[in-house]
Design a protein around this ligand. Sequence first.
Ligand code: KG4
Length: 335
Amino acid sequence: MKDVLILGIESSCDETACSVVKNGRVILSDVIASQADFHEQYGGVVPELASRMHVDSIYPTIKKALSDAKVKLNDIDAIAVTYGPGLVGALLVGLSAAKGLSSASGIPLVGVHHLKGHIAANYLCFPELEPPFLCLLVSGGNTMIVKVSSYTDIEILGRTRDDAAGEAIDKIARVIGLGYPGGPKMDKAGQGGNSDAYSFPKTHMKDTLDFSFSGLKTYALNLINQSKQKGETLDITDFAASYQSAIADMLLKNTMLAMEQTGIGTICLAGGVSANSFLRKAFDDEAGKRGLTLYYPDLKLCTDNGAMIASAGFFEYINGTRHGLDLNAKPSLEL
Ligand code: KG4
């Protein structure tokens, strides 16, 4: 079979990213222009500024992805682009660039769901990985357990009813003064800490695989405020270790229930929070005990990148998906 080359474009939040991927599995180039350092001064992503920065970066990023891969636009079989969910202004930049290229060149356009991209990051790291498997999808705004029945069919088994795990970590990181982006800073802060030093309530709802992190987050906020009022200082290392371990336990417990209910023993982690060392360790330990097959992407591919969009786009493309120039950005696109 002839090799299929996909150009993947991602601009849903604060990374302008573009990549060329061969046959959905092999990264030929992976270029990321991150705005994270710029948004740090505001303590979070400022949507309007993110859109403007995407406008500046999008064409240089695409050009570099093609030249790093040593291919020309004409060699590309399809242009895959994130069209949701995400910040509408940010999504529109990548989508407009993809539509412009597709219209000018005649190369097919394939819209990709951002979260399907996160799942596909595992295909790039593990050539042997094939559906069916379960995936714990933990990105900045989403926490869900999904059943990946085929490369394009995904069923949600459980999801958060309030905050995403990533939001619960980012918010508390900000309150304890770790800054933005909170996830990696909280992870670092907790290294070597005693995860039993602080005891957090872990919500587990009956008869559902859904999550709720708002109670845990409120408990953490109260603990911080009470210790301030009493003039006590929290041990940040122990606090960060205990908080992240509690979140990891909640994520692990429901994923194990999903495994027992479906009988599927292959589990993937995906999304930015899958970079978290407490989460990885909790899953490593449990997978070892239960003899499960566990995958999580290389650190670089956990957070937003163009390669994961190209990989997910490849599987959509060979499944026959094509989009027209009427494809619009969908900030709240459902899986
Ligand atoms: O998947 P992602 O890059 O963007 C979305 O698609 O949402 O995820 C970003 C999230 C942020 O909440 C960030 O704090 C979190 O991933 N994150 C981490 C770590 N690295 C990134 N959270 C915990 N530990 C980490 N090491």
